[in-house]
Design a protein around this ligand. Sequence first.
Ligand SMILES: CCCCCCCCCCCC[C@H](C)C(=O)SCCNC(=O)CCNC(=O)[C@H](O)C(C)(C)COP(=O)(O)OP(=O)(O)OC[C@H]1O[C@@H](n2cnc3c(N)ncnc32)[C@H](O)[C@@H]1OP(=O)(O)O
Length: 382
Amino acid sequence: MALLGVKVIELAGLAPAPFCGMILADFGAKVIRVDRTKVFSTVDTQGRGKQSVALNLKTPEGVALLRRLCVQSDVVLEPYRKGVMEKLGLGPSELLSENPRLIYARLTGYGQSGCYASAAGHDINYLAMSGLLSQLGRSGEKPYAPLNLVADFAGGGLTCALGIILALLERTKSGKGQIIDASMVEGAAFTGSFLWKSRKLGLWSRPRGENLLDSGAPFYDTYKTLDGKYLAVGAIETEFYNQLLKGLELDAGELPPQMSFSDWPELKQLFTERFASKTQADWLMIFDGTDACVTPVLSLDQVSSHPHNRERGSFMKDSSGEEFPRPAPVLSRTPAEPCLASDPAVGEHTVEVLLDYGYTSAEIDEMLAAGVVQCSAGKAKL
Ligand SMILES: CCCCCCCCCCCC[C@H](C)C(=O)SCCNC(=O)CCNC(=O)[C@H](O)C(C)(C)COP(=O)(O)OP(=O)(O)OC[C@H]1O[C@@H](n2cnc3c(N)ncnc32)[C@H](O)[C@@H]1OP(=O)(O)O
């Protein structure tokens, strides 16, 4: 795997940083999640392939331990509010002076500077601050956040993982680590660069929900079928649009031009009625093998059994039979090999990791007794 040999210390967070850590683990990094003590479960649903050490950072011994882990690691990933790490004596100046090769990734909503830097927030706030939220939603409706996918995951976890990989690559030349200031506002905006760069084409000049790709265009939307299912239609180019019309048994000569914005509501009504006249399966038969860009809207339970996804092996199952998306992209020689075992319990690997990092059994026992570290049930004693 591409990241074999890379050691990552991930301080436990809510959603974006765990995703970042999971990406690194899927591609081969050894990721140690640092959990709190005295908590018995984690909200990290993306612990795949990680080890967990439960450590009390509110003790000097806990802080010293984390410093020691970081000295022997390549990456530290922290998801806290600005200043939290510095208050603990674990800021970049301390950790990088002890390990100049360390990549210190800080994944926050607003970044390490600016007047919002210390404010609490979540995906929807970062999305709003990125400008993107203003563009999302149907005509006449208020802005709508598409789950927490854009800021938390695309602009946050994934972008931070990109930063870490870039810094690892650069380190092979300079021999030096660096600090990554990953702001979800900026990561989301960057993911949306297309919007800024395509404004001059007039793609977004109409109100929200009335443009080409925001559900304004009749040929780029979802439609309900006779059996209450949905289809996604994305027939933008003229030749593909013509195939869509053919499948719908509509005559282009009798319709307004495809790009006539003012006629879009009327065309949409016509498409809506047509799609509602047959079942999803009927339409899929009609459009199968064409370039009309019509696909079923699959549920999470349906995706893995769709023939296309099944043929590619796009979804996998873990040891408990739970499905998950295969890590993307697929690398030809060194693909990801996601761990199929269950996610780590809080403190499951405390002893194992500390032994790995050079602590003696006696030292570990002492820290366990003092509550500096904690093991999950059944592993409390060496
Ligand atoms: C009913 C509930 C069910 C729950 C189900 C959960 C399902 C998952 C849901 C996921 C939802 C995801 C949502 C939509 C998101 O958008 S997640 C993204 C959130 N934002 C970020 O991550 C941006 C960066 N982080 C932050 O801004 C802040 O961490 C936060 C998210 C606003 C939370 O703020 P807050 O709880 O006050 O924490 P922080 O200021 O960061 O300080 C953390 C404190 O914890 C301490 N800490 C940390 N690790 C340890 C440890 N191992 N041992 C002891 N203490 C520890 C730190 O020292 C710090 O303490 P202090 O400085 O406050 O005294």
